[in-house]
Each structure stands twice: as structure tokens, then as C-alpha cells.
Ligand binder design. Sequence first.
Ligand code: FES
Length: 161
Amino acid sequence: MQISVREIINGMEGKQALLQILLAVQDASPENYVSEDAVNDIAYMLNVSRSRVYSTASFYSVISLKPRGRHIVQVCINAPCENAGKQEILAVLEDQLGVKLGETTADRQFTLEGVSCLGACYVSPAIKIDDRLYGDLTPELVVSILREYQEEATALDCNAS
Ligand code: FES
């Protein structure tokens, strides 16, 4: 059962910034996003306008207002990573996942996103999957990293059925 916005806000210590609340709501969402209902609930709970919640959510790229996959795969598309072989890494990700940048896999396990810098230029080319950073990537390394996540997803599906 999914936790409600009310439970999330009531469970937070002290007064939280709107961004922290949006992040917590997004983390609790199985589809990794802040839904329209959640925006309404947050606005109601905080006694602020819906447009204030929307504008904050839209301002931060870490917040999504659209459903995403269980895992968020972020590829750095900035120059240092570009020069270090990002194009090859992106091609492998798109091939292995069967999606293009900005898309979500049909099984809703992965969303592939391009970001301007992961703060890991010293290990470019780099990607981030959820909260975990991977650097100094090669195509082979990307395949084996993705395989771990795909195997985990298969194991979870088997346990759930
Ligand atoms: S430019 Fe790629 S991590 Fe910073």
C-alpha cells in the first residue's frame, strides 16, 4: 500500500522545505514522480497555492511530474563526458534498455535521462543509477552494471508472483 502525502509530511521532523517534501513524496512513489493528486495534497497540507508547488517541482530537475521507471539512469551529456566517450556509453544504454533518452522501458523498470553534469567529471564518462554513481565507464562495464539491476528486477518479480 502506498504511503499518503499526509503520512509523509506528518512523519517528517520539524518544518521541512517544500523541496524536501517533494523529494520524499517522489521517493515514496512506485513510479518515481509527484502526481497531480500529490501536488494538490501538498498544497492543501502546507496551505500554499498549487502553482507554488508546481513551480517548485518544475524548477528542480530532480523532481519529475511524469511517471518514471523504478530505476532512474542518468547519463551526463556535458562536454567532459562527451569527450571521454559518452556517445558510446549512451549507445550501449539505449541498446540494452531498448529506449532513447527521456523514455521509460515497457516494463517500467528504467527511465533513461540526460543531465548536464553529475559532479563527477574526474571519472568521466559517468552515469548515475538512482543514488549510485558509476564512473570511468566502458561499454562492457555498462552492460555488467545494467545486468545486475535487471537480475534484481527479475528476482523481485519472481518473489512477488
Ligand atoms: S561533465 Fe560529466 S560528470 Fe561532469
